[in-house]
Design a protein around this ligand. Structure first.
Ligand code: SAM
Length: 250
């Protein structure tokens, strides 16, 4: 069997594509790419002529059997997405799972990931974190999800589209509280890279005041729920327990 390499590409600065990623893209017989035009541009820059095949959200299920067959025939393949690490808010899960099920070796060629890059520089607790990815574009489900995360004690990582940043920061301020610390990591590794760490209300005001902050690619890292809020919840359940005990005990 061949090997399926899951190859990270850059998230802005092409220099972040590793030497091993380049060698792998050169060595494999086919590159499964989210967008073959983007991939073509990258491969031209790298001087690589490996053929590509489009594997995206809409055709992944159909492509998987074809790709597994080629792997079983002994060809090694690489999987890339438009930017950063495949499968992280990007396609590829079906292919990787099917490869494991078929007994094919899957090997990561790690590199840039916007979530990890943002967390590493956010100045918020990084010992434990929750990656949420994109919230729903619809207000109802988005708020329901934020509510479900409101008591999570770990840093929360969100991906967001620039045209929704104001709505999302507003909703976060309402649900998590205006004072909760957050970091907006924008255009990482690119010319206009910006990192801003502030309480949610201040962060929102800062983004509203400068339309440049409403452009480009962005990650929001939000501090976890303060220990007191979590303790408060436990106190409620302790009180409830006490009431039951008082009622039930002889
Ligand atoms: N697979 C990618 C990764 O490893 O980060 C993420 C793909 S997801 C479709 C694209 C989202 O990632 C963007 O909307 C943005 O939230 C985030 N992102 C990607 N590149 C970024 C960058 N240079 N700076 C900030 N956020 C970025």
């Amino acid at each position: 069997f061949g090997v399926l390499y899951v190859v990270a590409t850059a998230i802005g600065d092409d220099e972040d594509l590793s030497a091993r990623a380049k060698a792998t893209l050169q060595a494999v017989s086919l590159i499964a790419a989210e967008d073959t035009r983007d991939a073509g541009r990258l491969l031209r820059e790298l001087g690589i002529s490996t053929p590509t095949m489009a594997v995206h959200e809409h055709n992944e299920a159909d492509r998987v059997p074809v790709l597994i067959e080629r792997l079983q025939a002994g060809e090694s393949l690489a999987l890339i997405s438009d930017a950063g690490t495949p499968l992280i808010s990007d396609p590829g899960y079906r292919l990787v799972a099917a490869a494991h099920e078929a007994g094919i070796r899957v090997s990561p060629v790690p590199g840039a990931c916007a979530a990890i890059a943002a967390l590493s520089a956010a100045g918020l607790a990084s010992d434990r974190f929750h990656f949420e990815g994109f919230l729903s574009a619809k207000a109802g489900p988005r708020e329901a999800r934020l509510n479900a995360l409101a008591q999570t004690p770990h840093s929360l990582i969100f991906y967001e589209a620039p045209h929704r940043i104001i709505d999302t920061l507003t909703a976060m301020g309402q649900v998590f509280g205006a004072a909760r610390l957050a970091t907006l990591a924008r255009e990482l590794t690119k010319t206009f890279e910006t990192m801003k760490r502030a309480p949610l209300a201040e962060l929102l005001a800062w983004v509203e005041a400068d339309s440049n902050q409403q452009r480009g690619e962005m990650v929001i890292v939000v501090a976890g729920a303060p220990a007191l809020a979590v303790a408060d919840e436990h106190r409620i359940s302790a009180e409830a327990l006490l009431t039951i005990l008082v009622r039930e005990l002889p």
